[in-house]
Ligand binder design. Structure first.
Ligand code: SF4
Length: 755
């Protein structure tokens, strides 16, 4: 006999006619889950499944990963290059030759008229590592502008900067397996269940096996905070005070690891002098965590045989983001928790290949964590590439967040945006819009032709997306994994590396070789580009990679002996092992789970630095006029600016519209009810949002997801961290107003859905 649901309406899973399964790595977040794309007889991606023998996810996928095959059939893919002379005209279809010639001509025109650095490039964390490498070679070797950055400045720049300051190099030292060894886990500004669901699953499995203390520091009662042993609801932007106060307690109570400090660090005396001022009584007044709790957490952390800290944007997106990361590193250095199982500072990265751009894009330097500021690094790449050393700048140029103000001041006249969407992702979008409108030439390269930023562009270059081309991603734990090509790109869309190679040919025509575009999928030997009278800085050995495989060979060579050493990797080995954690070389043929296990760091003296970090309160705070803290963040269903997830019905339907979490007591005072539309105003602008009542936020705070166009970033201030130039998205002051015409407000709210 059948009962209940099975009798009435049994759930059936549609049969998917999969002909073959193609190995890939998820193209959303930096967890780096291994999956397979199911392709049908027509060559169409129709399914996705997790890979069970992959260490990262062991067959699991989150909601985004499960429905990732739907991106292949999502609407408004770019299928043909588009151009217009003026941004008030409609676009017209053009050929690739026209589009690439126009890009080259405009870059050169602007540079000749205003100087080499007047043309800027903003890239992404979404394309493959080999593509980043090729783009870096194009920019550093041929275009020659120093104003070249990635959108990783919006998410991971503070982690990069903090690692460099403490350890002498970027590179997260730990791994997911540290959850299996730690005796104390502190998560600061990181809501794993929503942001990185499979890392959360790894952590939860470890937690269920061994009940280690979980401490969550977050102004909001996030999903992770709800399961914590201790939740510290810190006041926005004051993490540094808490961390300094924890160090104060550890030193005062003699809980620090003196042997480790003496052997592997410098700067202890200045550091100890500074934290002596951060008594928990004083600190509690600033950070809002009571003094006893600060002491308890400090003792718990220092007495654990292995303790680790993970963090995400709650630390990074602050005016003290870089200092916050250094303070976490300080804590782990004084307790001897770097480079050992369960003891680490592990930044949980954002995009699927934010790490790849950090390693090889040359955005902030030169490939393989080389620095423009170092003569030996410039000399090596000059020799390897065949580019005159004097053509390289001797210090890094503008960050993404400095490029827009430079457009306002007229220092930047042209811009190339690759796979990022600043009209939704940058703070204070009204200001960004005005800046984009000032450009003489804007080219947008993206997989979707309806990305909001294309509204302000002259030229659109349609790119192939994840799974339509082959290449590598690096995940949060330094694991390099491969995406095999499962599908052909739609229409005339091309892999990003093809676009870079075609531009390279136009900028430095090869001698004796073909100058015509290569057919898609054809791999030819790298093209020699010597003797160009236009580019006297190029040596005879200058080559430009024509495929990801060729770029990978160069990466293996230039990374040999570096911290991010790929020399022992091959594509086949990477797929076989389901990803390899760098360094991978003769000493570590199967990769290495942790860095700095020998206590040898990347500063010239081989030591890690303990750095004294005074707290300066320099951000916007609530006041009488704007009495609420505005916090921003992610929801599990969406990815970044929803260019993909906003078009996938099985995902978008769970979170289709901008909303604001608000405490019921605050809402009651303003006469607001659940599902009302409310107007939220900052000193920048205003937006309409749906009210969601919840105790997750404090009565003086509200939370709005970051993903929606024309919504929270109309309001955010985004003051910049002085080291990383990362914006402080999570700390603005706002006021909230009841709206009488709910119907009209609903229409405005609808516009922010964008898709
Ligand atoms: Fe993809 Fe991240 Fe989800 Fe894994 S956790 S399936 S990498 S979005």
């Amino acid at each position: 006999m059948l009962f209940g649901r099975s009798k009435k309406n049994p759930i059936t899973i549609a049969t998917k006619p999969v002909e073959k399964w193609i190995y890939a790595t998820c193209g959303y977040c930096s967890t780096g889950c291994s999956l397979e794309v199911g392709v049908d007889a027509q060559g169409k991606g129709v399914s996705v499944r997790g890979v069970t023998d992959a260490d990262v996810n062991q067959g699991k996928l989150c909601l985004k990963g499960i429905f990732e095959f739907e991106v292949f059939n999502s609407p408004n893919r770019g299928t043909i290059p588009l151009y217009r002379d003026n941004t008030f005209e409609p676009y017209r279809d053009v050929t690739w030759d026209f589009a690439l010639d126009k890009t080259t001509e405009q870059i050169r025109r602007i540079q000749q008229k205003y100087g080499r650095d007047s043309f800027a490039i903003i890239s992404t964390g979404q394309i493959y590592t080999e593509e980043f490498y090729a783009l870096g070679k194009l920019v550093r070797g041929l275009i020659g502008t120093n104003n070249y950055d990635g959108n990783t400045t919006l998410c991971m720049a503070s982690a990069v900067s903090g690692y460099k300051r403490s350890f002498g190099s970027d590179g997260p030292p730990g791994c997911y397996a540290d959850f299996d060894h730690t005796e104390c886990l502190m998560a600061i500004g990181s809501n794993l269940p929503e942001q990185h669901p499979i890392i959360y699953w790894r952590m939860k499995e470890a937690l269920d096996r061994r009940r280690f203390p979980l401490i969550v520091v977050d102004p909001r009662v996030t999903m992770l905070a709800q399961m914590a042993d201790m939740h510290l609801p810190i006041l926005p932007g004051t993490d540094l005070v808490l961390l300094n106060a924890m160090a104060h307690v550890i030193l005062k109570e003699n809980l620090h690891n003196k042997d480790y400090i003496a052997a592997y660090t410098t700067g202890f005396d200045d550091f100890a002098k500074l934290v002596a001022d951060y008594d928990p009584v004083m600190a509690s007044k600033i950070c809002g965590i009571d003094e006893d709790k600060i002491r308890t957490v400090a003792r718990l952390y220092a007495k654990a045989s292995a303790a680790m800290t993970i963090w995400t944007m709650g630390i990074n997106q602050s005016t003290h983001g870089s200092d916050g990361v250094v303070a976490i590193n300080n804590l782990n250095l004084i307790t001897g928790n770097i480079g050992k199982p369960g003891g680490t500072s592990l930044s949980i990265t954002g995009q699927c290949n934010a790490m790849g751009t950090r390693e090889f894009s040359s955005c902030s330097g030169l490939p393989g964590y080389r620095q423009l500021e170092k003569e030996t690094d410039r000399a090596f790449m000059s020799q390897y590439w065949g580019v005159e050393e004097s053509f390289f700048p001797t210090k890094r140029g503008m960050f993404e967040t400095d490029i827009f103000p430079a457009i306002e001041t007229g220092d930047i006249k042209g811009l190339w945006i690759i796979a990022t969407n600043p009209m939704t992702s940058m703070p204070n979008t009204a200001r960004i819009r005005k800046a984009l409108e000032r450009l003489e030439f804007l080219v947008v390269q993206d997989v979707y032709s309806d990305v909001e930023t294309t509204k302000y562009a002259h030229l659109f270059l349609p790119a192939a997306m994840w799974g339509e081309k082959e290449g590598l991603f690096t995940n949060t734990e330094r694991r390099v994994n491969i995406v095999r090509q499962a599908m052909q790109p739609p229409g005339l869309a091309k892999p990003d590396i093809w676009i870079f190679a075609e531009l390279a040919k136009r900028m430095a025509p090869p001698t004796g070789g073909t100058n015509g575009p290569l057919p898609l999928g054809v791999t030819t030997p790298a093209v020699a580009m010597s003797d160009s009278t236009l580019l006297p800085h190029l040596g005879k050995q200058f080559r430009f990679p024509q495929s990801t495989a060729e770029a990978f060979e160069e990466i293996r060579e230039v990374s040999k002996g570096r911290l991010c050493d790929y020399s022992g990797m091959t594509y086949e080995k990477i797929e076989e092992q389901r990803g390899i954690q760098w360094p991978c070389n003769d000493a570590n043929p199967n990769g290495a789970p942790r860095l700095y296990t020998d206590g040898k760091f990347q500063h010239p003296d081989g030591k890690a630095k303990l750095i004294a970090l005074p707290f300066i309160d320099n951000n916007e705070r609530p006041d009488e006029q704007y009495p609420f803290w505005l916090n921003t963040g992610r929801v599990v269903e969406h990815w970044h600016t929803r260019t993909k997830t906003g078009k996938i019905g099985n995902i978008n339907k769970f979170s289709p519209t901008p909303f604001m979490e608000m405490n019921p007591s605050a809402a009651e005072k303003l006469g607001l009810k659940q599902m009302d539309y409310a107007r939220i105003l900052s000193r920048r602008s205003s937006a309409i949002v749906l009210v969601m009542l919840t105790q997750r936020v404090a009565p003086d705070a509200v939370f709005i997801p970051m993903h929606y166009y024309d919504c929270v970033n109309r309001l955010s201030l985004g003051l910049l961290d002085p080291y990383s130039r990362q914006p402080a998205y999570k700390q603005s002051a706002v006021r909230i107003e009841k709206i009488s015409d709910q119907e009209a407000a609903g229409i405005t709210n609808l516009q922010a859905r964008s898709y």
